[in-house]
Every structure is written in structure tokens, then in C-alpha cells.
Design a protein around this ligand. Structure first.
Ligand code: SF4
Length: 689
């Protein structure tokens, strides 16, 4: 029988389910979905329910370790020695190579308070803006694109809003695998009669599952999202389906007219783009008509939109569709990014990007910068710092020498693994703070043990901007919450931080961030959760944004010219590889592989269409070599018509397959988000890895 219990928030995906963790002493014995959870209403998926498994796993490293160079064995040391070693090397790197030679990477797995302190360490401690977050490699185009269109880098709705959707348009997302609790909620609405449009190269479960069938599945070729959203817009404009009352009242009329003339061009007709997209024009026309005229239209999208060389353009194209049809500002509609990790939204909110202070204020904004300067007692650099890929490039050039990574396995999760490993090997100090000796730790000089979500206090912000408490249900096995470790490092670097608890960090965030002005642990305890902005204008938060006007004033229509990716198929690499996730595993698998979930999906496999398999003599379960211009890996083949001919698909949950060895360093033009979703490859049979 449990002896006590606490309510806390799942540390996996952006749905943000809350659980009651039942404890016996310092052991979690069960996690029960919390009936009052506003994101999950008492439901959970197979990941969250068993999440506590990795907290108790024997692979956890609980002692700090250092080594002079990466070819030496690790040496267990005291916290004081490890932190001192890290601080000395960071200082030495800055003295020798300049203040911009070091930086930090925060993680969407960490709390808001932890992310806030890591970016503060860069800005106040290193005096540069070399701070980035793993959101760089997933939803940075969302941050950019939605800010351009609406003025706010966040989804427009709460999850409950889907109950009023008449048409659900899912593009580049696989909710039943990647966001299962919300996926179930969506299916419930579909069973009640809502219509469904799925735009995805794969026949994901939503397309056809018991009692749910998509009205339109548009299986476009990977890399053609911009052509697709512009073709949909073409139909809406040319067939006079635009909600002109909404556009005239809410959007910049001149920009709208320029955009309408652009999309009306014949080269963006579904017929003209049929061969580019690989989708029948009639289906595109039918889907456009359904979205524009079927009642409340709600768009949900995921990494299949953002992880492209035109990721930001597609996000803005989606915003164009919603504005043109008036599908914003009320229940049942909206533009809703389904965030991959639990705290992607929060990590971005907290100023983890090199160009933005907390609350999405540009670092060149004098008033915003001065507020932080006054509070922190330093002069801040008004120039944006290095993004993650820029850090890697600078490291290879020899100008970037030190990195502190909290909770992110960059070697496994970033594209073009060989490039990342060369960059890491060229640094003089790499500090990895994590639960396990992850792949990146192979290149680290300092390993600082991390704490799980069960061992610390703080907050996560889910995909609907909902800030929820993370509650310490057991003592940190390593001795410290992650924010405490950052504080130790900051103070060793000469700063004078005195946070007694995570609540005090949130108080500072609220003091300096207008959209969080009314957030405190006390307020969260009273309200259960709060959806930002929380301030004088919306003291109890804002479930639905842009009701009476956009945050930027008039909504902005952006021209979305389709530019084909540089990644081309050809005789050497004739197939397009796209990647994604599966229900039972989470991202690089560092956590889920160490839970009960390890029994499901024990390896990544390559989905290949029967025609492509036959052409290559590949049989079900065969080992196949997947080779690209960047590298090659070996997986087992799964023959399925879920993928179209010419397209292959895999997941990236297992380090032995290293899917990112083959992905390229192409990236989004605006944000450098990697183009994980489009890699030209060849597939051939082989004897094994
Ligand atoms: Fe909920 Fe996502 Fe956690 Fe599953 S992984 S329990 S859907 S937050």
C-alpha cells in the first residue's frame, strides 16, 4: 500500500498530463492519472504511466565525474571538485579565446526555472547570448512563424477547444503516437462526427482506425508542405471561400491583397502542383473546401511541419489559412502546434534562444534588456548569440571551446552525427548534466548527475501554454535538483545567486516577464494551472488567444513561395527518408528504454513500401543498409504500404541505429531547425550491423 502521494506533471510529451505519484518511502510504486488534471482529465498513456521506472534505474549516474581529456577514464570526484574543474575550464576558455568562446544548451525536459537559470548563466555569467535550447531542433519555426503572423510564439487554443471543432486538419503530426492523450481526445470528437483532413506522407493511424476514417488523406511527398498549404490557399481564394469580414476586421488588408494575388496564380493551382505533391488535385480541392466551409476548422501540426528547410514558411502558411477562413479567436478553431517534449513551450518562453530574453523580447530591445541589466547588475550584449548549429560550426573552426549542456543528448538527437562529434571533440570543456551517460557524454570532460522530474520542484508549460507544477515526490538521488547544480556553477564563476527554492526563481521570472507577471507557486496552487499570459489584463490566464485582436495588432499574411529543398533524390539516393516517433518510446529513448516500455519497440525499423522492397530484394525482417550523402546505418526492414512508393520511414529511439547519422545538416532558412524529415537515401540488403 502507498504511504503517501503527490500530484505532479509528466516529463515526456507536450500534452502535460498530471499524475498522482504514490510513494512507499522514497520509492514510487504507482502513477495514477490525476482526475482533476486540466490537460488530461484523468487519462494517460503508456509512457507517462511507467515514467517512474527510469528514476530508479540502475544506469543512473549519481556521482559527479571529471577527466582531463576524453580519451581518459572517468574519475569520481566530489561535487565541489567537479564544479570547480568546470568553472576553471570555462574561465580559461574565455580568457584564451574570448568571451564568445563558451555557451549553454538548455533542455525542454527541464523545468522553466532550470531553463531560466541556464540562460541567465550565459547572459550574466559569460556575458554573451550563446544560449540555445533543444527546441531549436523541433519547434523553433513555430516560435518564429506564429510571432510573425499573430505576434505570439504559441498555440492559440486550449485542448478542450477541440470539442467544438467541426473540421480537424492534422498536418505533419501523428497525435495517437506522439501525443496519445490528446490523440484520443481528438478521436472522440471525430467519432462524434467532426470531419478529418490528414496531410502526411504516411498513412498514420488517424487516417483509418476503428470508428475513425479521414475524409481526406493527402499523402504529399516529403518536403512539399509549402506547396500544399499554398495550393489549399489557392482554392480558398479562387473559389471565393475567404471570410472577408474577418480579414477586413482583423488583418492587414494590403498584405492580404498581396497574398491573395500571389496564391491565386495558376502555378499554385492543385492541378499545377499535382506532380510536385504526388496528390490528386481533386483531393486537394475537396480538402480546401471542407476546411473553409465545414464550420469550425482547427489545425493541429507537429514536427512534420517544422523540421524542414521551409519549416517557418509552412507555419506562416498555416496561419494564412486560419486567418483567411476566420478560424481564430474562439473555441473549436485555431492554429495548434503539438509540442514534442513536455516543456518545449516553457523552454522557449524562458529566453533560452540566443536572440530573445524571457517572454520573447528581442535582445536588441533596449527597454527589455535594461530591465534585466538592472535586476542582474550587468551590461548585456545586445547582439544575438550563437544557435546550436552555429556553435558546432564555430567549434570546428576553433573559435568555440566550451559548452554546458543540461538534459539534452545532442550527439544522438541533432542531425549529421559525424559533424556534431567533430565539433564536440574540438572543445576544451564539455559539461554534460544528465541522468545517464548519454551519447554526448562520450565527448564530455565533466559529468554532473541530473535529477528526474520526481526529484525536484518547479513548473512545466505544455502545448496549450498551461503552466503546471512539478512536485518533488522524493529526494534527489544525486543530492541536488538541476537548478541547484546550475547555481553551484554560477557561484563558482563568481556570481552571487541565493535562490532558496524554485518558487523564488519563478518570482524573479514573473518580476521580469510581462506574460508571467501573475504567476507564482501560490497562484498555481490555488488555480491548479494557469495558461499564460497571466497579468493584469488576464489575471487568471488565457485559454484562447486573439479573441478580439492579435497580439501584434493586425494579423499578418505572409507570402509563402515554395522553394524545393536542396536534398534531391537521384540515381545514387533515389528514396526519401522521413523520421518520427512511436507510441511506446520517447525521443532518443534515454528514459523510455529504461522503463517497462523497453519491452515494446525494442529496435528502430525501416518502413519500406512493397514495391521498393521488391526492387531491392528486401524481405520482411531483413537487415538493410540505409545510406545518404551524410552517412549510413543499418536497420531491419518492415514492409508496409503505410508509406508511399519512394518514401521510407524510421524512428530514432535507439542509439545503436543512430538514424541521425544519415540525416543532413540542411535546416530551416529562418531558425536553423534541422531538416530531419527529408533525406535522400539508398536502401540495400546487408548481412547485419
Ligand atoms: Fe500524457 Fe504525453 Fe505523458 Fe503520455 S507522454 S502521459 S500523453 S504527457
Amino acid at each position: 500500500q502507498p504511504e503517501h502521494s503527490e500530484v505532479t506533471t509528466c516529463a515526456y510529451c507536450g500534452v502535460g498530463c498530471t499524475f498522482k505519484a504514490e510513494m512507499r518511502g522514497e520509492e514510487v510504486v504507482r502513477m495514477i492519472p490525476w482526475k482533476d488534471g486540466k490537460a488530461n482529465h484523468g487519462h494517460s498513456c503508456v509512457k507517462g504511466r511507467f515514467a517512474y521506472g527510469y528514476a530508479h534505474h540502475g544506469d543512473r549516474v549519481l556521482d559527479p565525474m571529471i577527466r582531463e581529456s576524453i580519451d581518459q577514464p572517468w574519475r569520481v570526484v566530489s561535487w565541489d571538485e567537479a564544479i570547480g574543474f568546470a568553472a576553471d575550464r570555462l574561465k580559461a576558455a574565455q580568457e584564451k579565446y574570448g568571451k564568445n568562446a563558451v555557451g549553454v544548451i538548455t533542455s525542454s525536459r527541464c523545468t522553466n526555472e532550470e531553463s531560466y537559470l541556464v540562460q541567465k548563466l550565459a547572459r550574466q555569467g559569460f556575458l554573451n547570448n550563446n544560449t540555445d535550447t533543444c527546441a531549436r531542433v523541433c519547434h523553433s519555426p513555430t516560435g518564429y512563424g506564429l510571432a510573425q503572423a499573430f505576434g505570439t510564439s504559441a498555440g492559440t487554443q486550449d485542448f478542450d477547444s477541440v470539442d467544438d471543432a467541426d473540421v480537424i486538419l492534422v498536418i505533419g503530426a501523428n497525435p495517437t503516437d506522439a501525443h496519445p492523450v490528446f490523440g484520443s481526445r481528438m478521436k472522440k470528437r471525430l467519432r462524434e462526427g467532426a470531419k478529418l483532413i490528414v496531410i502526411d506522407p504516411r498513412r498514420i493511424d488517424l487516417v483509418r482506425s476503428p470508428h475513425v476514417e479521414a475524409d481526406y488523406h493527402l499523402p504529399l511527398k516529403p518536403g512539399t508542405n509549402v506547396a500544399m498549404v499554398t495550393a489549399l490557399a489557392h482554392v480558398i481564394v479562387k473559389e471565393n471561400l475567404v471570410n472577408l469580414d474577418f480579414v477586413k476586421a482583423r488583418c492587414d488588408w494590403d498584405e492580404y491583397q498581396d497574398w491573395a494575388a500571389f496564391v491565386a496564380d495558376d502555378r499554385y493551382s492543385p492541378e499545377a502542383l499535382e506532380s510536385v505533391l504526388g496528390v490528386p488535385a481533386a483531393d486537394i480541392r475537396g480538402a480546401a473546401r471542407l476546411y473553409a466551409t465545414g464550420g469550425n476548422g482547427a489545425i493541429y501540426y507537429g514536427l512534420g511541419v517544422t523540421e524542414h528547410s521551409q519549416g517557418s514558411t509552412t507555419v506562416m502558411g498555416i496561419a494564412n489559412l486560419a486567418m483567411a477562413t476566420g478560424n481564430l479567436g474562439r473555441r473549436g478553431v485555431g492554429v495548434n502546434p503539438l509540442r514534442g517534449q513536455n516543456n518545449v513551450q516553457g523552454s522557449c518562453d524562458m529566453g533560452s534562444f540566443p536572440h530573445e530574453l524571457p517572454g520573447y523580447r528581442h535582445i536588441s530591445n533596449d527597454a527589455a534588456r535594461q530591465a534585466f541589466e538592472k535586476d542582474w547588475g550587468v551590461s548585456l550584449d545586445p547582439e544575438p548569440g550563437l544557435r546550436i548549429p552555429n556553435m558546432f560550426d564555430a567549434a570546428i573552426e576553433g573559435t568555440f571551446k566550451g559548452l554546458y549542456v543540461q538534459g539534452e543528448d545532442i550527439l544522438q538527437s541533432d542531425p549529421d552525427t559525424r559533424h556534431v562529434s567533430r565539433a564536440l571533440a574540438n572543445m576544451e570543456i564539455v559539461i554534460v548534466q544528465d541522468l545517464f551517460l548519454v551519447e554526448t557524454a562520450n565527448y564530455a570532460h565533466v559529468f554532473l548527475p541530473g535529477a528526474t522530474f520526481l526529484e525536484k520542484d518547479g513548473t512545466f508549460t505544455n502545448a496549450e501554454r498551461r503552466i503546471q507544477r512539478v512536485t518533488k515526490v522524493m529526494s534527489p538521488k544525486n543530492g541536488y535538483a538541476d537548478w541547484e547544480v546550475t547555481q553551484l556553477l554560477a557561484n563558482k564563476l563568481g556570481l552571487n545567486w541565493n535562490y532558496a527554492n524554485a518558487s523564488e526563481i519563478m518570482d524573479e521570472i514573473a518580476r521580469l516577464t510581462p506574460s508571467f507577471a501573475g504567476v507564482s507557486f501560490k497562484h498555481l496552487a490555488e488555480a491548479g494551472s494557469l495558461q499564460w499570459p497571466v497579468n493584469d489584463d488576464s489575471p487568471e490566464g488565457m485559454p484562447i488567444m486573439h479573441i478580439n485582436g492579435f497580439a501584434r495588432g493586425k494579423g499578418k499574411f505572409v507570402i509563402t513561395e515554395y522553394v524545393p529543398t536542396e536534398e534531391k533524390v537521384g540515381p545514387r539516393f533515389p528514396l526519401l527518408l522521413t523520421t518520427g516517433r512511436i507510441l511506446s518510446q520517447y525521443n532518443v529513448g534515454a528514459q523510455t528504454r529504461r522503463t517497462e516500455n523497453s519491452q515494446w519497440h525494442p529496435e528502430d525499423v525501416l518502413e519500406i513500401h512493397p514495391h521498393d522492397a521488391e526492387d531491392r530484394g528486401v524481405r520482411e525482417g531483413d537487415w538493410v543498409k540505409v545510406a545518404s550523402r551524410a552517412g549510413e546505418t543499418t536497420l531491419r526492414a518492415k514492409i508496409t504500404d503505410r508509406v508511399a512508393p519512394g518514401v521510407v520511414y524510421t524512428t530514432f529511439h535507439h542509439p545503436n541505429t543512430q538514424a541521425n547519422v544519415v540525416t543532413t545538416d540542411n535546416s530551416d532558412w529562418a531558425t536553423n531547425c534541422p531538416e530531419y524529415k527529408v533525406t535522400a537515401v539508398q536502401v540495400s540488403t546487408t548481412n547485419g550491423p
